[in-house]
Each structure stands twice: as C-alpha cells, then as structure tokens.
Design a protein around this ligand. Sequence first.
Ligand code: NAP
Length: 247
Amino acid sequence: MSSLDGAVAIVTGAGRGLGKAIATELANGGAKVVVNYSKSKEPAEELVKAIESNGGEATAIQGDVSNPEEAEKLVEQAVEKYGKLDILVNNAGITIDKTMKKLTSDDWDKVVSVDLNSCFYTFKPAMEHLTESGGKVVNISSFVGQAGNFGQANYAAAKAGIIGFTKSAAKEMARHGVTVNAVCPGFIETDMFADVPQKVVDEKIVPLIPLGRIGQPEDVAKAVKYLCADGDYITGQTLSVNGGVYM
Ligand code: NAP
C-alpha cells in the first residue's frame, strides 16, 4: 500500500506536459487527482480517462489559476468532489521570452501572474484543508529561477519568487504539519521546449548537461511523487531535477 492511497491531489495545468506526468504519477501511486486545465479541455479529459482505465480516480476541472476567484473555485470544487485535500502541486506556467529591451510591462505581468501569483492564489484557499490533512505542497519553479537566463527576466523573476514564497509558506505551515517544497526542473522535453531547434538542442544545450540528455516529464514527476509520498521531514527545500545543468 502506497502512502498516497486515498490522498486527494490538485495538479494545476495538468492537461499536458509536466503536469500530465505529475498527475499520472500521483494517480499511479493511488491518489485521486484533480486535473486542472485552462484551455486544454480535451487533453485533460483524455488524461482522466487514461487514469480511470488504469484503475485510478481523477476529475478534470477548468480554471485559470492566474485569476484569484477561479483559483479559489478550483480548490472549492476539488474539496466538494473528494471531501478533502492532501496535495497541491502548482505546476501551471507560461513563458514570453524577450530581451529586456523588447519586454513590455504586459509581458512581465502575464508571466508573473500565471507562474508566480497563481501559487499564492491556490495556496490561500487550500491552507485550511491542507492543515486538516497535514498535507504536502509542491511548487514547480525552474533552474532559470536559480541561475537567470538571457531573454527570460520575467520568467526568472517569477520562478525565483516561487522559491522565496515556498520557504516562507514552509515556515508558516510547519506547525500544522504541512510541508511546502519547490522543484526546479532543468531542460525538460514538453511543448514549452518544443520550439527550440534540434540543432540548438544537440549542439548548444545537451553539452551543458552533465548527465548528457534532455529531461523527460517523468523525471520531474518522480521527484514530485517522492516529496508527496515520502517527504515527511523535508520542507522549505528546492529540489533540482536538471541533469546537473545547474549545481
Ligand atoms: P507546457 O507543456 O507549455 O504546459 C503548460 C501547462 O500550464 C499547460 O498544462 C497549461 O494548461 C498550463 N497553464 C498555462 N496557463 C495556465 C493558467 N492560467 N491556468 C491553469 N493552467 C495554465 O509547459 P511544461 O513544460 O509542462 O511546464 C510545466 C511547468 O514546469 C511550468 O511551470 C514551467 O515553467 C515548468 N518548467 C518547465 C521546464 C521545461 O523545460 N519544460 C523547465 C523548468 C520548469 P492549458 O493548456 O490548459 O492552458
């Protein structure tokens, strides 16, 4: 029996990419998973079917988590459906990459809003439920938040913000037995990475990675599952899952 058996998890932005792999991994461990999506309705519903046909339990709930009211509704609907909340994975994210010369305040706000503000918007209504269950929160940051990156000032700021938010939330929630950690993926093969030309991947990116390959969504999902299933004495930490590209 897994420690995730019967646990209720929300994974934001879970219709595709990393979120999909995380939702699948948690469901395989026995968790009932709320698959949140903003636009990817069909992929989210397909994922629910796939989890169910594998003997698991899941439900798809639409909601733009960069909107505080929608984030709150997502948490409410999840608790209404399954009666409690044990795990919150803040995975939803976007990029709008430009050098600062071209970056507009709108580009800045959009990325900070989806990537950083959403973590607070879901966390706030989830706090009382997580306190009841002694739950686990995992926020998906990025190695870009640790190292910075050319053309990604908005994204780097949002992802670095997640790390500070995570540590503060961990300190506030520890007395309730709730752990809060950040996971920092490196280069992972998802839609977010799909625009990078193969030649650039092979010649410029892979040589930077000591483990010599681009990561797969499952590499990250396994780390998230570990924190949720076995991370009882781990909180306020930043776990890098990056093949060594940033140490
Ligand atoms: P992706 O394939 O582009 O997927 C992004 C996900 O975020 C989608 O499921 C999308 O859902 C969701 N999303 C976007 N805006 C949303 C909103 N307002 N409300 C709810 N969901 C929203 O990207 P990914 O690679 O899986 O990225 C997942 C997370 O990992 C992000 O936080 C990203 O920054 C982080 N990360 C990725 C990499 C990488 O190399 N891939 C590296 C480091 C960190 P819809 O399609 O429904 O809009």
